[in-house]
Write a protein that binds this ligand. Structure first.
Ligand SMILES: [Zn+2]
Length: 260
C-alpha cells in the first residue's frame, strides 16, 4: 500500500484546496517515513522472509510508527505542528487544516490495517495486533488500492483550479506511482537487505531500488524545501479572478510540482 496512501491524500486535498496537496501527501506517508528512519536507527525492524518472492510481504516489528496508539499520537503531533505553522493570514482555518492533516496521518494506519497481516500492535511489542491481511489476496488488494487511487485522483481533479497541463501531469505521475506499486507487489525481486529497503524507501518513497528517481519524495519535500510552507494556506479571496486556476502567489507556482 503506497499509491493508496497518495489516493487518500488527494481526496483530502480536494476537501481543502487552499493547502498545498503536498502537505497531505507528506502526512499520509508520514508513518512510513518514521518506520524507515526507525529501522535505520535500530528502533524498529523489518525482515524479508524466505517466501517474499511469492508473498511480497516483509515482516515488520514497528510499534513506534505503526502501533494504533503511536499512530494516534503521530496524528495529534502533526496536527499540532500544522496548526502552529499555519500562516497568520489563515488562522481562521488552522484547526480545519490541523484536523485534515491528522486525518491524513491516521488514514495511513487504517489502510495498512486493511492490507497487512495482524502485525500492527495496539501499543508496544506485546499487545494485541491488528491486520485484515488483504495482501494475502493480492489481486483483490491491488484492485482496492487502484480504486482508492482513481477515486482520490478523480476527486482532486474534479474541483477545478488546476491548469490542463498540471492536471495531465498529476494524473500521469499518480498512475505511474500506482503502476510501480503494482509491480512492487507482484513481480519485483526481493530487496537485497532490510537496511537497503529502509534507505531506498527513505530516498524514493518506495522500498524498491529499481524505483525511478524520487517522484513521491519530491512531492513531499519540494513544497517544504522551496519555502512554500509559510505560503501553503491562502485565503480564498487572494485568488486572482482574472486568471482562473492561478493564485496570486505565483512564486509558489514556479517553485516546483505544487499543482496549485
Ligand atoms: Zn505503513
Amino acid at each position: 500500500m503506497f499509491a493508496g496512501h497518495i489516493g487518500v491524500a488527494l481526496a483530502i486535498g480536494r476537501a481543502e484546496r487552499r493547502v498545498n496537496v503536498g502537505v497531505f501527501v507528506a502526512a499520509a506517508l508520514w508513518l512510513d517515513a518514521v518506520l524507515w528512519l526507525f529501522v535505520l536507527l535500530g528502533l524498529e525492524s523489518v525482515r524479508i522472509p524466505a517466501d517474499f518472492a511469492t508473498t511480497h510481504q516483509p515482516e515488520f516489528v514497528f510499534p513506534w510508527s505503526h502501533g494504533l496508539m503511536a499512530a494516534a499520537a503521530w496524528s495529534a503531533l502533526t496536527a499540532a505542528v500544522a496548526a502552529w505553522l499555519c500562516p497568520r493570514a489563515a488562522r481562521g482555518v488552522r484547526w480545519r487544516v490541523a484536523a485534515l492533516v491528522a486525518g491524513a496521518v491516521f488514514s495511513h494506519w487504517l489502510l495498512d490495517a486493511l492490507v497487512h497481516r495482524p502485525e500492527l500492535p495496539l501499543v508496544g511489542d506485546e499487545s494485541a495486533t491488528f491486520g485484515l491481511a488483504l495482501w494475502d489476496h493480492m489481486p483483490l488488494a491491488l484492485l482496492a488500492e487502484a480504486a482508492i487511487v482513481l477515486l482520490g485522483l478523480g476527486l482532486f481533479l474534479s474541483g477545478g483550479g488546476l491548469s490542463r497541463g498540471k492536471s495531465i501531469a498529476l494524473a500521469i505521475v499518480t498512475l505511474l506511482v500506482l503502476l510501480f506499486t503494482v509491480i512492487g507487489m507482484t513481480v519485483a525481486p526481493a530487496p537485497p537487505s532490510a537496511m537497503a529497503m529502509a534507505s531506498s524507501s527513505l530516498e524514493n518513497g518506495e522500498p524498491k531500488s529499481w524505483f525511478p528517481p524520487c517522484p513521491p519524495w519530491t512531492w513531499i519535500w519540494e513544497p517544504i524545501r522551496s519555502s512554500t510552507w509559510p505560503n501553503l494556506v491562502f485565503p480564498a479571496r487572494l485568488k486572482s479572478s482574472s486568471s482562473p486556476g492561478h493564485s496570486v502567489a505565483r512564486p509558489m507556482e514556479d517553485a516546483g510540482p505544487n499543482w496549485r
